[in-house]
Structures are given as structure tokens and as C-alpha cells.
Design a protein around this ligand. Structure first.
Ligand code: BG6
Length: 482
């Protein structure tokens, strides 16, 4: 492993993302020994002036999260590593000061010169990415002769459509090379998302079945049982497709649908993801259902006339040998009846069925990403007893039971560790991002222009009934033809 000084600079240090995700992830990495205090320093950069202690107090309350195993001494020890620097996001002064602080810390860790690793985590709105990147490039790069690196971590929204995303990519791309840029999609850090490649390519079971001959449809579903909760202003500009489907669900889609990569090298994996995205056919209007929950516009930051969907079902179709004709039903919604993210792979009916078991449902393979990670296979078995009748049952792998006592790391924890290690497998490459925007941009423009309107649905419901009808129809047509 690389050694030398590691400086982690969190820009936007007291924003929501930093408080709720970045600092807790850093803390858990620290507790597990991945951030040794004799090498690491953490800087919080933000506009308003506060003292080190104030910053520490602001983040202290968020550090433990749901895990209570770390004693409070750990919290205090960790917070000692956090130093605060203030400055604006476009001023030379602030970034020169930041550079000075980082250099001082690098010198203080060793009497000789050591290699320097600098990780800039932009927990900021994308509007300031270009100026912040320019400042980092100009004033804060690692210039040690002894090696090391400078990396930047950014998170969505990467633009609002193809053109704006490409503009942002080229602005950042002029300043940093692709291997220095880590675009986070936190779904790629989830345990069961990371498991998808293993499942698909390390199991003989699945190899011959994973195709149009056997699979009827694939559903990738995200539900939340709460609304936009104070984020209405942000959300209204983006909507559910940009917030969840174009990124999180599409990443999951790639891993479910892509071909086997040549190897596990990050570039090989990302090559395959790009290919499958490029094989997606244009989305048809009649294969889209949009919804907006009732009461969404009551949020004072949301305009009364808002046309922004808080729910969408979109069917994607892949034009290749493996998947021709198979609907991939991507569904996401806020303020629904439950909180869940899962992948449902529905198999076709058994041909020439002698048990007449159609009414019991088909074989299905379900991967539940959250809550309570699990995988289960629905299959038909004989109903135990004297009669010869069938029933649908499950082969069930629930992580809580099977892996008792194993803590599943938070997505951000894993992803930050990857950025330190220089592993880009679970990050979105520029051409991948472009291909993702190419799929959704025409639809998004139609929605933005008011050509497609969301149907109202009740909070706490399953979303608009049209969405269920669309999924049922897609699956019926696939099996029975038009
Ligand atoms: C974020 C979205 O990217 O993901 C939020 O902006 C959403 O709207 C969140 O609530 C969901 O993440 P998770 O990990 O809770 O499923």
C-alpha cells in the first residue's frame, strides 16, 4: 500500500452531505484503522468563518449514526484530526491558505520530505465544481518529487441533460485527467450491488438462464415512504428521473444486463457498462408513466404549477442478442407505501406445464438491496402433505441470518476507501455518464417542456395505477405477443 501523508479535504464541510455521509464514513474508516493518525489529516473547507471546535461540534452528533459500537473516545480522537479552513469557492486567497495548511501538515508528519496524497471531496453543489476544480488545479496540487497524487471526488447531479453534463465534464476534464476524477454514485457502494457481478459470473446456475430465452422481464425498483422533506427546492429542479433513475437505477441496470467483462479491471468493467448503455433503444412515450404525489406542491419552495415527477416507471429495451424483447422496468417513487430497493428477475412460464401452476406465479429471483439485504428465489414445490398439489416457496438468503455479526459497510465508507486506494471500478466514467444522459435526455426535455405530465397519486400508495398496468402489459406482451 502507498504510504506518506494523506490529506482529505472536505469542501462544503458543514453541508448536509458532508455531515450525514462524508464525515461519518471517514470516522468509520478511522475506527477500522484505514486512516492512521500518523499519516492522515482531514481538512474541512467552508465559506463562513467558524473555529475548529465549532466545526467539530457540528459534525460530532452525526458520526456514530446507526452504529453504536464505537466508544466516544474514538470520536474525540478522530475529531482531533479535523482542522478547519475558511475561504470562498472561487478565491485564490482561500485556496492558497488551504495549500499552506496541507503543506504544513505534510511537513509536520515527518522531518524529511514525504510523498503526498491529496483527496479533495467536493460536498458542494455542481454549480461551483468548475471554479473549485480550477482553484485546486492552480493552488493545491501535490507537487512532491517523491510521488503521491491529487484526486477529486464529485457527486451528482452531473448536469441536467446531455449538453449540460458534457459541458461540466469538459470543464473538469480540462483540469484533471480521468484517473484523477472519482464520480460517486453511492448505489455502486451498496453491498448487494457490488455482489451482482459475482452472482452473475461466478454461478453456473445463472449463466445459461440469464437471457431472453428464459427471462420474461426485469424490474428494478426504488421506493421511499417519505416525500422530499425540506429538499423540495432542489428536487423540483431535477425530479425523480434525474434524482434516482438516470443514475442509481441505471447503474444497477448496467450490472444486471452487461456482458461478462474481460477481467475485473475497472476499465474492463466500465467498458461493458458503456456498451450495454449504448445498446438501449430510444424510450417510447407509451412506455413511461409519471406521477406526482398529492401535497408535493404544498412545500413553499415548490412552485404551485410544478410539473416535476416524484414517481416514474420507464421501460428500457436493449437491442442485442441477449436481451432483444425483454422489458427492463425501472420504477422509482417518493412518498409511497414502503421503503425498498430491489431487483426482480422474472422468468418465463414453464413450457408444457403439467401442474397447471401458472396461478401460483413464475420463478422469480429477487435481490433486495435494502432494507435487510437479501436474495431469494421463488420456486414451485409440492405442497407438503398427502395431496399432489403445488405451492410457491422460497430459497432464501437473508444477510442478517446468514452473516450474523458481520457489519455491512456503508456505501460511502467503501467508496472513499476506493478513492484512497485508487480503484475506480465503482465510479462512473465520463463516457458512461454521457451514455446515461443520451438515454434519458429526450424524455426529460419532453417533461420539462410540459409535453408529458405526471398523474397525481396519494401519499402512501403504490403510485399511479397506470404504472402497474404498464408493467403488467409489458410482461404480458413479452410472453404472449401483441
Ligand atoms: C439520493 C437522492 O441520491 O439517494 C435522494 O438524491 C434519495 O433523493 C437517496 O433519498 C436514496 O439513497 P438510499 O441509499 O437511502 O437509498
Amino acid at each position: 500500500a502507498e504510504t506518506g501523508c494523506l490529506s482529505i479535504i472536505v469542501l462544503g464541510a458543514s453541508g448536509d452531505l458532508a455531515k450525514k455521509k462524508t464525515f461519518p464514513a471517514l470516522f468509520h474508516l478511522y475506527c477500522q484503522g484505514f486512516l492512521p493518525p500518523n499519516e492522515v489529516h482531514i481538512f474541512g473547507y467552508k465559506r463562513t468563518k467558524i473555529s475548529d471546535d465549532e466545526l467539530r461540534n457540528r459534525i460530532r452528533g452525526y458520526l456514530l449514526g446507526e452504529r453504536s459500537s464505537s466508544p466516544s473516545e474514538d470520536v474525540s480522537e478522530f475529531l482531533k484530526l479535523v482542522k478547519y479552513v475558511s475561504g470562498s469557492y472561487d478565491s485564490a486567497e482561500g485556496f492558497q491558505l488551504l495549500d499552506k495548511e496541507i503543506a504544513m501538515h505534510e511537513i509536520s508528519k515527518s522531518s524529511q520530505e514525504v510523498s503526498s496524497r491529496r483527496l479533495f471531496y467536493l460536498a458542494l453543489p455542481p454549480s461551483v465544481y468548475p471554479s473549485v476544480c480550477r482553484m485546486i488545479r492552480k493552488y493545491c496540487m501535490n507537487e512532491s518529487d517523491l510521488g503521491g497524487w491529487t484526486r477529486v471526488v464529485v457527486e451528482k447531479p452531473f448536469g441536467k441533460d446531455l449538453d449540460s453534463a458534457e459541458l461540466l465534464s469538459s470543464q473538469i476534464g480540462e483540469l484533471f485527467d480521468e484517473p484523477q476524477i472519482y464520480r460517486i454514485d453511492h448505489y455502486l457502494g451498496k453491498e448487494l450491488v457490488q455482489n451482482l457481478l459475482v452472482l452473475r459470473f461466478a454461478n453456473r446456475f445463472f449463466l445459461p438462464l440469464w437471457n431472453r430465452d428464459n427471462i420474461d422481464n426485469v424490474q428494478i425498483v426504488f421506493r421511499e415512504d417519505f416525500g422530499t422533506e425540506g429538499r423540495g427546492g432542489y428536487f423540483d429542479e431535477y425530479g425523480i428521473i434525474r434524482d434516482i433513475i438516470q443514475n442509481h437505477l441505471l447503474q444497477v441496470f448496467c450490472l444486471v444486463a452487461m456482458e461478462k467483462p474481460v477481467s475485473l479491471k475497472p476499465e474492463h468493467i466500465r467498458d461493458e457498462k458503456v456498451k450495454v448503455l449504448q445498446s438501449v433503444l430510444p424510450i417510447k412515450d407509451e412506455e413511461v408513466v409519471l406521477g406526482q404525489y398529492e401535497g408535493y406542491r404544498d412545500d413553499p419552495t415548490v412552485p404551485d404549477y410544478s410539473n416535476t415527477p416524484t414517481f416514474a416507471t420507464v421501460i428500457l429495451r436493449i437491442h442485442n442478442e441477449r436481451w432483444e424483447g425483454v422489458p427492463f422496468i425501472l420504477k422509482a417513487g417518493k412518498a409511497l407505501n414502503s421503503r425498498k430497493a430491489e431487483i426482480r428477475v422474472q422468468f418465463k412460464d414453464v413450457p408444457g406445464d403439467i401442474f397447471k401452476c401458472e396461478k401460483q406465479g413464475r420463478n422469480e429471483f429477487v435481490i433486495r438491496l435494502q432494507p435487510s439485504e437479501a436474495m431469494y428465489m421463488k420456486l414451485t414445490v409440492k405442497q407438503p402433505g398427502l395431496e399432489m398439489s403445488t405451492v410457491q416457496s422460497e430459497l432464501d438468503l437473508s444477510y442478517k441470518q446468514r452473516y450474523q455479526g458481520v457489519t455491512i459497510p456503508e456505501a460511502y465508507e467503501r467508496l472513499i476507501l476506493d478513492t484512497i486506494r485508487g480503484d475506480q471500478q465503482h465510479f462512473v466514467r465520463r463516457d458512461e455518464l454521457k451514455a446515461a444522459w443520451e438515454i434519458f435526455t429526450p424524455l426529460l426535455h419532453r417533461i420539462d417542456n410540459g409535453e408529458m405530465k405526471p398523474t397525481p397519486y396519494q401519499q402512501g400508495s403504490r403510485g399511479p395505477t397506470e404504472a402497474d398496468e404498464l408493467s403488467a402489459k409489458a410482461s404480458y406482451v413479452q410472453t404472449h405477443g401483441y
